[in-house]
Design a protein around this ligand. Structure first.
Ligand code: ATP
Length: 243
């Protein structure tokens, strides 16, 4: 049974801008699924819809539905969506720069009241990102860009998600660091967390995902197994570049 189903979703900002049109996609339990698309294609809007924060950005779902584990979550509040286990790691460096690394991680676990689950999550985050453990007492603003991205992912993991949403985790990072992030995504998934990753970096996303959807001006223009999309002429021309 799929964990997340988005069905014929339409989202608009006010009356004038329709950012998503008839978008349908599935994220099966246990999978890594990627959504690719260039600037303005609607990737962020899709994540806002799933996380329940459309209204905060002046948008609304006009049509369609989002279902998680058989439960419709389409117009639920952000808090209710976190409570069912959907947690988004923010884009790039949107961490609390003036707080320490450890404090940032603790903020991620505010909704988790099970002390044992908390300890497990903290242990996992420290194994995954030893640097965050080593620098736990330093201000988060002093971390490098790649380490801040790791902290953003670590903070989301502290909430013990069943579905982790990643918004452009490779944005602004050096190629070597992008490789580390890809590895981390694979490790998190191997521990049983389902992942939806939104990326402009198609090469990275297709290297970690089993299945991918391409958004073009608010519509799904292509979808298929990652290996098939990586070999697709349109994807290669538009998103991967040819040698
Ligand atoms: P990016 O990678 O630049 O974030 P994206 O693929 O995430 O791009 P969205 O940010 O979802 O795309 O934007 C989709 C469309 O919705 C664009 O036409 C954009 O101008 C519009 N849009 C996004 N946010 C708002 C907003 N707060 N108010 C009005 N229009 C918006």
């Amino acid at each position: 049974m799929p964990t997340l189903t988005v069905r014929e979703l339409q989202v608009s900002y006010g009356r004038a801008i329709t950012a998503l049109r008839n978008v349908s996609l599935e994220v099966p339990a246990g999978a890594v699924v990627a959504v690719l698309g260039s600037n303005g294609a609607g990737k962020t809007t899709l994540l806002r819809a799933i996380s329940g924060v459309l209204a905060e950005h002046g948008a609304a779902a006009d049509r369609g539905e989002i279902v998680f584990d058989g439960r419709p979550i389409t117009r639920r509040s952000a808090a209710a969506i976190v409570a069912v286990g959907i947690v988004q790691a923010p884009e790039g460096r949107r961490i609390f720069e003036r707080l320490t690394v450890g404090e940032n991680l603790r903020i991620g676990s505010f909704g988790v009241h099970d002390a044992a689950a908390n300890r497990r999550a903290r242990r996992f985050v420290c194994e995954l990102f030893p640097i965050l453990h080593d620098r736990r007492d330093e201000r988060a603003g002093l971390l490098s860009g790649g380490q801040q991205q790791m902290l953003a992912i670590g903070r989301a993991l502290m909430a013990d998600p069943r579905l982790l949403l990643l918004d452009e985790p490779s944005l602004g990072l050096a190629p070597q660091v992008v490789g580390q992030i890809a590895q981390v995504i694979t490790e998190i998934n191997a521990r049983g967390t389902t992942i939806l990753v939104v990326e402009q970096n198609a090469a990275m996303a297709l290297s970690v995902a089993a299945h991918a959807f391409v958004l073009t001006t608010g519509e799904v223009s292509l979808s298929g197994p990652a290996g098939v999309l990586a070999a697709d002429d349109t994807v290669r021309d538009l998103y991967l570049g040819r040698d």
